[in-house]
Design a protein around this ligand. Structure first.
Ligand code: GDP
Length: 447
């Protein structure tokens, strides 16, 4: 995740301010140093880091915290506002018919992003089509076609043609029933004159409403040059930062956005078509600072719940809050969790939980958890309906049978039953809660 360290390192300095009502010069100096260290190690441009830390320093010392605000909250707010200011608003993407062209170097994630964006538009009720003009990279056609099939969106490409301009022209005609056209272009290993010539030619035929530059989050300082070059030739209206799920630093991409006065449109957070997020500066920075991103989280939860429910008419998540919690409910909940994406990303979005809890977990804890969830699912498939409805009735003999049937071991089956008991107990507490209790709990989580 971009600038991943910022949240945790900053939290350390901020925690030292606990109980203070005013900041002195040393406090501010220490915080600013932490921010500089994090941003620089994340590949953000030096002059940008200096500008940012100067404004934070000045504001933290000169502005009085509003009455009742602790020094810690005050400085956190300033850091938050300055970072939001640095990144700027998100690129405007109207939900209407339009043509979007993607540019970028080979491997930056253009083809993947084209399919992801098409999926995103289709979820918003539009009819998108992807036009693949990359004749340079072998495999680009098949990859785009497969991803578009998975995303259930229109696709045009011609594996035998070698003129991208002609493909673009024919593609627009062939997909005229679609309302949003996403044109994928070829990349090169490096910025080369023929790449720029080619993209300019495609642009003159396609006449896109918006050109997006696709940047790999790992790109580092080279981002600046790329952004300037593409901006100078076709004009860049926004940036897509991909591979944010990896260990990439992302600071280079942020620098590029700032350099070209453009903004961020989308973030890529994985390899499947659903792993795309509309960029929301406020949520993004909140997440960065370990303050959570409730909006993204609730969107994901809602989508996952709706999808899981759509697959099974008899199951309503609200029933859990009312009645008993069976293994069937637990299975549905796990399916919904899987749809929300990798657990570590979901945890990042929970305020107060994200950074803090995750930092305390061993590196591979998340994988283990997902691995365990998959095992649990296999085990549940080997259980009878009656056992799923009433897991407490499962005795030693059944445990043996289920372990054998699912190809797992008795210990894991018992773990599953134990996990179910724990979840049931937790839910019982929720069920006894009034609305006021719930709000108090949420508040506690946010602090
Ligand atoms: P292109 O050459 O610019 O079209 O790049 P591709 O779309 O083929 O992407 C290059 C590689 O990066 C592929 O293996 C993709 O699966 C992978 N990729 C693209 N976006 C993401 C992302 O957001 N996260 C991860 N983990 N991988 C990505």
């Amino acid at each position: 995740m971009v600038l991943d360290n910022l949240g945790s390192s900053l939290r350390g300095s901020l925690d030292k301010l606990q109980g203070k009502s005013r900041l002195d010069k040393d406090d501010v100096q220490e915080i600013v140093k932490e921010i500089q260290r994090s941003l620089l190690s994340a590949d953000v441009d030096v002059s940008l880091v200096m500008d940012l830390s100067d404004s934070i320093k000045t504001r933290a010392l000169e502005e009085d915290p509003p009455a009742g605000t602790s020094a810690r909250d005050h400085v956190l707010k300033i850091v938050y506002e300055e970072l939001v200011g640095l990144i700027g608003d998100s690129t405007e993407i109207p939900l209407e018919p339009q043509t979007i062209m993607l540019a970028g170097l080979q491997g930056s994630g253009k083809t993947t992003t084209a399919a992801k964006m098409a999926w995103w538009f289709s979820k918003k009720g539009l009819r998108p089509a992807v036009i693949q003009t990359d004749t340079f990279r072998p495999g680009a056609y098949d990859q785009a076609k497969q991803m578009c099939e998975r995303a259930e969106v229109d696709f045009y490409g011609d594996p035998d043609a070698d003129d991208p301009v002609q493909i673009a022209e024919e593609g627009l005609e062939a997909t005229e029933d679609a309302d949003v056209h996403i044109v994928d272009t070829a990349g090169r290993h490096a910025l080369e004159a023929d790449l720029i010539d080619e993209i300019e030619e495609i642009e003159s035929v396609v006449q896109p409403d918006l050109n997006l530059l696709v940047l790999d989050a790992a790109i580092g300082q080279g981002a600046k040059e790329q952004a300037q070059e593409f901006d100078g030739s076709i004009g860049i209206g926004g940036v897509v930062i991909t591979k944010l799920d990896g260990t990439a630093k992302g600071g280079g991409a942020l620098t590029a956005v700032n350099e070209t006065d453009s903004s961020i449109a989308f973030l890529g957070t994985g390899e499947t078509v659903q792993d795309i997020e509309r960029f929301e500066p406020n949520g993004f920075i909140s997440r960065l600072l370990g303050m959570g991103d409730l909006k993204q989280l609730s969107e994901r939860v809602e989508r996952a719940m709706a999808e899981t429910q759509a697959e099974d008419d008899d199951w309503d998540p609200e029933d859990i809050m009312k009645g008993s919690f069976t293994l069937k409910d637990m299975k549905k909940q796990m399916e919904a969790m899987n749809k929300m994406g990798p657990l570590d990303q979901v945890l990042d979005m929970i305020p107060g939980l994200g950074g803090g809890l995750k930092d305390q977990l061993p590196e591979d804890a998340m994988d283990v958890t997902q691995d365990r969830m998959r095992k649990f699912e296999v085990i549940m498939d080997s259980m009878t309906d009656a056992e799923m409805e009433n897991p407490r009735s499962v005795g030693a003999q059944q445990v043996r049978r289920i372990a054998r049937g699912s190809g797992t071991d008795e210990e894991t089956v018992r773990e599953l039953l134990q996990q179910h008991k724990m979840m049931e107990r937790t839910l019982k507490q929720f069920q006894g809660m009034g609305d006021g209790d719930m709000q108090r709990m949420m508040k506690k989580l946010q602090n």
